[in-house]
Write a protein that binds this ligand. Structure first.
Ligand code: CFM
Length: 540
């Protein structure tokens, strides 16, 4: 990389008006790891300025689409105009697998109250009640979730009051979300709102007990492209009992039963750390950050679980699985590495993948030249140690903070001081996430909420071998002659988690960065020859 990242940053922000340029400059940093492990401060989780083309989504997307959507038997009803529901229908590749064909799976359905002018003017609660009743009669679900779109908040429909009434009337669990799209500054607000309601209305309602010794929950894994299936298989082979996943391949009962686990594993910190924190306070379940993206990261995460339970048999089983899988991974890695080594990648994705996928590229010998989140917070960049210094602004105050206390009968601290003292493995950093920046090379660009202008400048200057983003960016990037891998939906591919996923990813990236077609591609304007001005037409 021949460019000085500081100069590139200056060039990128120069085009903006002064005030905006100053703000963007605080959201773009060049990594530098201090001797004490400190990284530069980045501005994050702030409003996107008007006029900027951002990658971000809305709170409704974060709540309905991301956190609750993957659960197959909670019937989701969008309270709002039809477009909100229709355009959030099946847009995320979260897969699910009901145990039998007769078990419910509502993921394929699109339910909406279809608010029209009548409801916007006179209120929509009556229509919402009727919709819940109609949905209940058609599907008989165990639980119904109601999602608020922007107009619901504007006209003041009380979805929570309607939920309470219908819960009583129907005798099933009905709960609402005040996840109007305008709340917060991005979909991140929707994650928090979803976490709060899941915790208040679902977690702890199912008291089924389990005999297994090693009981865990997997938080923040959404089964995009089948990732959860791969991870579930690994747990099963290691003898680890998965009580609930939030919320890939999940169902209502398992999440209601999740307080019976003895350890929470946090995969995507951004979208679910609130549930992890609340479960620790109420039920005494500690949490560990893990990562199943990357073969070495998968092995490390399995070893962390074994170290936590500190059981010889479990440790042996984990080592057996790693020993079975690693050689298969190595064969493919050794094959692709000579063709991929030294190539460059940029990653601009949501709130955790821009970090996790760096691991896979590094395994292939590729260099990350720039990365950033759409909506991560400072702790996702700099690590949770900065949490006490984060200023809570008006947009965050908008979101409810639940006060959680230990449950009177069910609080069982799994990590009593004497047990914690026995767990000496240095990898067991409880309640911690180090963030993206400390694990990056010095001198790399980190850009929060990247704009389209900045994307184009980055590509023009660095010409990366591959750019990772989403569907909104994909074709603009490819028109510039650079392959774009969608790290949200995985395009049509995946799974990319675990050992099997690493193999799939190596092959896919090898194919993309070595395809000759990109070097042959020229946009029409690059070959456009201006025509000589036509002679003026004589006015006679
Ligand atoms: Fe977490 Fe996600 Fe992500 Fe996310 Fe998302 Fe997603 Fe994502 Mo798209 S929960 S933050 S809100 S890992 S949908 S599965 S890919 S932006 S990086």
């Amino acid at each position: 990389m021949a460019h000085d990242a500081h100069e590139v940053k200056k060039e990128m922000v120069a085009i903006y008006p002064k005030k905006l340029g100053k703000k963007r400059a605080e959201q773009i940093v060049v990594t530098e790891l201090g001797p004490d492990g400190a990284v530069p401060e980045i501005k994050a989780n702030v409003r996107t300025s008007p006029g900027i083309i951002t990658q971000r989504g809305c709170a409704y997307a974060g709540c309905k689409g991301v956190v609750i959507g993957p659960s197959r038997d909670i019937l989701s009803i969008t309270h709002g105009p039809i477009g909100c529901s229709f355009y959030s229908w099946l847009t995320r590749r979260n897969q699910t697998r009901p145990p039998t064909d007769s078990d419910p799976n509502f993921i394929n359905y699109c339910l909406s109250t279809d608010m029209s002018e009548q409801e916007i003017v006179f209120g929509g609660e009556k229509k919402l009640k009727a919709a819940i009743k109609e949905a209940y009669d058609a599907f008989h679900p165990k639980a119904i979730a109601i999602f608020s779109t922007c107009p619901v908040g504007l006209i003041g429909d009380d979805v929570h009051a309607v939920a309470r009434q219908m819960k009583e009337e129907l005798g099933i669990n009905v709960f609402g979300f005040s996840c109007e799209g305008y709340r917060g500054v991005s979909q991140s607000a929707g994650h928090h709102i979803a976490n709060n309601q899941l915790f208040k209305h679902v977690v702890g309602l199912n008291e089924l007990t389990h005999e297994e010794k090693f009981k865990i929950n997997l938080l923040g894994e959404y089964n995009i492209g089948g990732d959860s299936f791969v991870i579930e298989d690994l747990f099963q082979r290691c003898g680890i009992k998965l009580i609930a996943t939030f919320s890939g391949n999940s169902d209502y009962d398992s999440m209601a039963n999740s307080h019976t686990a003895d350890l929470n594993l946090v995969m995507c910190h951004r979208s679910i750390n609130y549930v992890a924190e609340m479960m620790e306070k109420k039920f005494g379940i500690p949490w560990l950050k893990i990562n199943f993206i990357g073969a070495a990261a998968t092995a490390k995460s399995l070893r962390k679980i074994a170290a936590y339970f500190d059981d010889a048999e479990l440790k042996a089983r984990v080592e057996t699985v790693i020993a079975e899988e690693m050689p298969k991974v190595d064969v493919v890695l050794q094959n692709v590495k000579p063709r991929c080594q030294g190539k460059t990648a940029m990653l601009f994705v949501g709130g955790s993948r821009a970090h996790h996928y760096q691991v896979l590229f590094n395994e292939m010998g590729m260099e990350i030249v720039a990365a950033g989140y759409e909506f991560g917070h400072r702790d996702d960049y700099e690590g949770r140690k900065v949490l006490p210094t984060i200023k809570v602004d008006a947009d965050s105050k908008n979101i409810e903070e639940i006060e959680v206390r230990p449950d009177e009968t069910r609080y069982v601290p799994r990590l009593r001081p004497e047990r914690k003292a026995q767990l000496t493995d240095p990898e067991l950093e409880f309640q911690d996430y180090v963030g993206m920046m400390p694990e990056m090379e010095d001198g790399t660009l980190v850009i929060d909420d990247i704009s389209h202008h900045e994307t184009e400048r980055l590509i023009a200057l660095y010409k990366p071998s591959i750019f990772c983003a989403g569907i909104k960016e994909k074709y603009a990037v490819q028109k510039m002659g650079i392959p774009c891998k969608q790290l949200h939906s995985y395009d049509y591919g995946g799974p990319y988690a675990g050992f099997e996923g690493a193999i799939n990813f190596y092959r896919e990236i090898d194919r993309m960065v070595n395809m000759k077609v990109w070097s042959l591609l020229k946009a029409p304007w690059q070959t456009f020859e201006p025509q000589p001005e036509s002679a003026p037409v004589a006015a006679d």
